[in-house]
Design a protein around this ligand. Structure first.
Ligand SMILES: O=C(O)CCC(=O)C(=O)O
Ligand SMILES: [Fe+2]
Length: 277
């Protein structure tokens, strides 16, 4: 299939749509053949991939739920044989900058495997909550954007991404911390708020075709169900931040330590509860 003709993308109409909806779908952002190459590369390297990002939603060490793994591309990054290098990041960065109306730089790329029958759900959240305070004074809408690429066809039974249209207009929404079945903590918004914001047909399942993508902001609410289908549903996430911002190492460490303290508190409560029974 032909890649998306970039010249049709840069219109005020498209930007207004993004500013209004909080997301924007682009078909065929990468070629299906590139998706195939990335998928087989991820499958053959997933066990020796080294996560150097210290991000929190990676595979949990004592979990044997392999379908929840997150693959961070840290192997052979400069090699021509690495299929991740076939992606036209320059083009995608231009598109991200256009929608956000600010020059953007790429800062992280990762692949969620979301494997057949076992890929986990993702509780509903705004990405900003995972990065707030890492970069000092940032605007949650204009300083961050992500490009979410379907590396296979995405379907509702496979747990495609669901977006709550217009939710970015609520700006930052309070999140609670919950523990997931594979032992990692996640941040999520209360169901009452989610119900309220999805009213009027604002709940949008993203049944993306292989190689298509959706751009969405760091305050656009999103989440997904688990994969109850026989087909893998890998997705690649490319995250961008404003060129004039950066994540400060000390602030990031502080963010992670605070988070760890909260996790310990929840786990201690659970343990105490178990001991009392
Ligand atoms: O893959 C999913 O269902 C959710 C991924 C996500 O939260 C994200 O791309 O920010
Ligand atoms: Fe997210």
């Amino acid at each position: 299939m032909e890649e998306f003709p970039i010249k049709d993308f840069f219109t005020n109409e498209n930007r207004d749509k993004y500013l209004n909806d909080g997301y924007f779908v682009v078909d065929n952002i990468i070629d299906e053949l590139i998706c195939d190459k990335i998928n087989s590369y991820v499958q053959s390297n997933k066990d020796n991939n080294v996560d150097q990002t210290k991000e929190i939603d990676r595979d949990y060490p004592f979990s044997d739920i392999l379908g929840t793994k997150v693959f961070i591309n840290t192997i052979d990054e400069s090699s021509k044989d690495n299929p991740f290098n076939l992606i036209d990041y320059e083009k995608i960065t231009k598109m991200a900058s256009f929608l956000s109306n600010k020059p953007m730089k790429f800062w992280l790329k990762k692949v969620y495997l979301k494997s057949a029958f076992q890929g986990d759900n993702e509780v509903y959240h705004q990405d900003y909550e995972y990065h707030i305070s890492k970069g000092g004074n940032t605007d949650p809408f204009y300083d961050y954007i992500q490009c979410f690429i379907a590396l296979e066809d995405h379907s509702i039974p496979g747990g495609c991404l669901n977006i709550i249209k217009g939710s970015h207009k609520s700006k930052r929404i309070p999140h609670d911390m919950v523990m997931t079945r594979n032992g990692i903590s996640k941040l999520t918004v209360k169901p009452d708020i989610l119900k309220q914001l999805s009213k009027g047909n604002n709940f949008k399942p993203m049944e993306l075709k292989k190689g298509s993508c959706v751009f969405f902001s760091y305050v656009t609410l999103h989440g997904s169900s688990s994969n109850s289908s026989p087909l893998d549903q890998p997705r690649m996430v490319i995250q961008f931040m404003s060129k004039d911002k950066s994540h400060d190492e000390d602030k990031t460490q502080e963010f992670f330590s605070n988070r760890k303290l909260k996790e310990i508190k929840i786990l201690e409560l659970m343990l105490n509860h178990l001991k009392q029974e």
